[in-house]
Write a protein that binds this ligand. Structure first.
Ligand code: ADP
Ligand code: ZN
Length: 431
């Protein structure tokens, strides 16, 4: 049993009190780290009495983590640190986060809480297809599943045929997988003569670690006949287990007993009310080795106002729209890659994968969208393909406000990657 009912359904007022207490503990603790010591010497803030006071605290950025590499955020001696993790460095040098034993226990609890929430139990067989090692996805879920007592297959990513063989032989019921990899993996089933709907025992998938649209989720659910739950986290906040969908699949509960949540206007830093979209800012409430205050995640989302039917009182964040630095400016128009994905995935004839290229041509930006076609469509008549191209171009134009060049390629044309999918190639500077 891992339904932490008391804390998951805590009364709002109680939660507030708890958070203020934890914020003060965190504030005191973080001053032991060389970085925060310097910051707070100048600020002279001794105590937080209300959430208004938090607005006076400075933000912490990824750049601060990099500038104070490797130990500038550590509050304790290395003798009590038992592990480090580091981000995959998608957008630059890696950032490192340290944990005590207690920190790891808290993190494990959160993951167990998430998995239990959507129905994982000790009799489940859990195939963990996320990377193990410095990346937090694999190990994070591993410990959570172990806490629940499930049988874990710590297989990691890649080697698709072997994945499918394990799924079949051990009757895997739960998988943890990158959404882009779930779609790629599907293309191997036919070749192996296995129908995931009939020949496997899958029930639940955890998909996360990269932005994906609602359409991609539904597609994964349909292909595998499975329930797919969105899982959000970042290594600076431990990794997965920060926010997670409940059975209602309507936003991700963000665990407010562990994280203090704010949404800010990324340009002005102003805190926005629930419902408004902005950058997610998080403060760790329980971490001891490396607490972080008002950490700017750069992830864009909003708090979904209102209560969830499941009874949990922790607020929900909406699907991540992307990082603030994912935004593309194409001939002056702001575009998020996820808008392109949404539009492509609304059209059933196209396949599972796409890439976006931006080039400079005659001093103007040109957006290319290259989309894989499924086998049936690829072998269709020229007119059918031309019509599809027109349709997709029109729909993208309506969604984005600019006209792209749509190109179709055969299924599985794009190179296979083991980590997070790289789908945007901005070739403008190089030309
Ligand atoms: P890196 O910053 O190097 O990619 P992480 O592995 O810590 O390293 O990645 C965390 C980031 O991954 C988040 O800040 C967010 O941008 C993205 N991410 C994680 N989970 C999700 C999710 N469920 N939906 C969208 N984006 C996600
Ligand atoms: Zn809920």
């Amino acid at each position: 049993m891992f339904w932490e009912k008391e804390i998951e359904t805590i009364d709002k007022k109680e939660l507030e009190k708890y958070q203020i207490q934890k914020l003060n503990e965190t504030l005191n603790n973080c001053k032991k780290a060389p970085f925060y010591k310097k910051v707070f010497e100048k600020l002279n803030i001794e105590k937080i009495n209300s959430f208004e006071d938090i607005k006076r605290l400075p933000f912490t950025t990824k750049q601060d983590l990099r500038d104070n590499f490797p130990y500038g955020f550590l509050t304790i001696g290395l003798e009590d640190v038992v592990r480090l993790h580091s981000s995959s460095g998608t957008t630059g040098n890696p950032t490192v986060v340290f944990h005590t034993k207690k920190d790891l226990e808290e993190w494990t609890n959160l993951i167990a809480r998430c998995m239990y929430m959507v129905g994982v139990r000790k009799n489940d067989v859990f195939q963990n297809m996320m990377g193990y090692g410095l990346f937090t996805g694999g190990i994070g879920f591993h410990y959570g599943a172990e806490k629940l007592g499930a049988l874990i297959i710590p297989i990691g990513p890649g080697n698709s045929k072997r994945q499918i063989w394990f799924m079949k032989e051990f009757k895997t019921t739960v998988i943890h997988i990158l959404p882009s990899y779930a779609l790629r993996l599907y293309t191997f089933f036919e070749e192996m003569g296995i129908d995931p709907k009939k020949d496997l025992n899958l029930k639940i998938a955890f998909i996360g670690a990269e932005p994906h649209s609602e359409q991609i989720r539904r597609k994964i659910e349909e292909l595998y006949n499975i329930k797919a739950y969105n899982s959000y986290g970042l290594s600076e906040m431990n990794g997965p287990g920060v926010a997670f969908e409940c059975p209602y699949q309507n936003g991700m509960h963000i665990w407010e007993d562990n994280y203090y949540v704010e949404i800010i206007n990324p340009e002005t830093g102003e805190v926005l009310p629930d419902g408004e979209e902005g950058e997610l800012v998080l403060t760790t409430l329980k971490r001891t080795a490396m607490p972080l205050i008002r950490y700017r995640t750069r992830d864009l989302t909003r708090i979904i106002p209102g209560e969830c039917k499941c009874g949990r009182t922790h607020r929900r964040i909406d699907r991540i729209k992307g990082r603030s630095d994912d935004m593309l400016i194409i001939n002056g128009v702001n575009i998020f890659p996820i808008q392109i994905e949404k539009t492509i995935m609304r059209i059933p004839e196209v396949g599972n994968n796409y890439i976006i290229e931006i080039k400079k041509e005659n001093y103007m930006d040109k957006l290319y969208v290259k989309v894989e076609l499924n086998e049936k469509t690829f072998n269709g008549t020229l007119t059918e393909i031309e019509n599809l191209q027109k349709k997709l171009t029109e729909e993208l134009k309506t969604e984005l406000g600019i006209s792209p060049v749509v190109k179709f390629v055969e299924a599985s044309s794009f190179p296979e990657t083991e980590g997070k999918a790289v789908r945007v190639y901005d070739l403008r500077e190089k030309e």
